[in-house]
Design a protein around this ligand. Structure first.
Ligand code: CO8
Length: 258
């Protein structure tokens, strides 16, 4: 598959997608989002792939939706196209884990795309923000919703109302990112993390992801019930038998992803 706005490669059992519009700081134009969806579809369908890393450049993960593309659109255009949710949300329907490796700017739609991933590893130069208000609009792909769940109302409200950017340190303190690493180590670290996840039982990895995501959608009681049922179902996998046998026999497990 030939892509124009992203680079797609595999590193062992990890699928790596690099946003690649350097002249526009990886602004998320419609063709890029379409290609991202196609690349995710291909990795989802590939049984050799156990986890996916989404990254950008050292200067920008993505500086937002493409303002030049948006600037001429009317209300009817964006409403009728359902601009541009049909595409972006593919990230959130991925069953395999998607790690965002963020360096530089993750602004507007860029911050929203990072938050759609399962977790964010940030380089020390990362900057997160929802600056849409400064161009007369507002977040439209989860900025007011997901950011609030990550960092709480006060910080989310301030960021969305002022466009202030968060440094990597502030983002880690606030719980937006899981870890900060030196810029030079970002990709290696994200790939190593993804490789570790891909070495686990694939069905169990999917069950964990499903269960953690449930906590955002349902009450604690319902979430705990869901977790218990899914926990029980891990006992139907060969990998649970193998994992526990390996522990008892003091050896490494050989998961067969079933
Ligand atoms: N869209 C289009 N082009 C962009 C964007 C963007 N978001 N960001 C940067 N670029 C382009 C610039 O126009 C410039 O191009 P050119 O060389 O042709 O003039 C090139 O990238 C380099 O940018 P700068 O010269 O501005 O670089 P600086 O290092 O001086 O500044 C900044 C970097 C601070 C990141 C600056 O580029 C900036 O402020 N960018 C815009 C950030 C922004 O406002 N993002 C939010 C966009 S709106 C949005 O994301 C809404 C999402 C809603 C989604 C709804 C879906 C349903």
């Amino acid at each position: 598959m030939a892509y124009e706005n992203i680079l797609v490669e595999t590193r062992g059992s990890v699928g790596l997608i690099t946003l690649n519009r350097p002249k526009a700081l990886n602004a998320l134009c419609t063709p890029l989002i379409r290609e991202l969806g196609q690349a995710l579809d291909a990795f989802e369908a590939d049984a050799e792939i156990g986890a996916i890393v989404l990254t950008g450049s050292e200067k920008a993960f993505a500086a937002g939706a493409d303002i030049k593309e948006m600037s001429g659109k009317s209300y009817m255009d964006v409403y009728m196209e359902d601009f541009i949710t049909n595409g972006w949300e593919r990230i959130t329907t991925c069953r395999k884990p998607v790690i965002a490796a963020v360096a530089g700017y993750a602004l507007g739609g860029g911050c929203e795309v990072a938050m759609m991933c399962d977790f964010i590893i940030a380089a020390d130069n990362a900057r997160f923000g929802q600056p849409e208000i400064t161009i007369g609009t507002m977040p439209g792909a989860g900025g007011t919703q997901r950011l609030t769940r990550f960092v709480g109302k006060s910080k989310a409200m301030e960021m969305c109302l002022t466009g202030r950017q968060m440094t990597a340190e502030e983002a880690e303190r606030a719980g937006l990112v899981s870890r900060i690493v030196p810029l030079a180590d970002l990709l290696d670290d994200a790939l190593k993390t993804a490789t570790r996840i891909a070495s686990m039982s694939r069905p169990v990895v999917m069950m964990v992801k499903e269960s953690v995501n449930r906590s955002y959608e349902v009450s604690l009681k319902e979430g705990l019930l869901f977790e218990r049922r899914v926990f029980h179902s891990t006992f139907a996998t060969e990998d649970q038998k193998e994992g526990m046998a390996a522990f008892v026999e003091k050896r490494q497990p050989n998961f067969r992803h079933r």
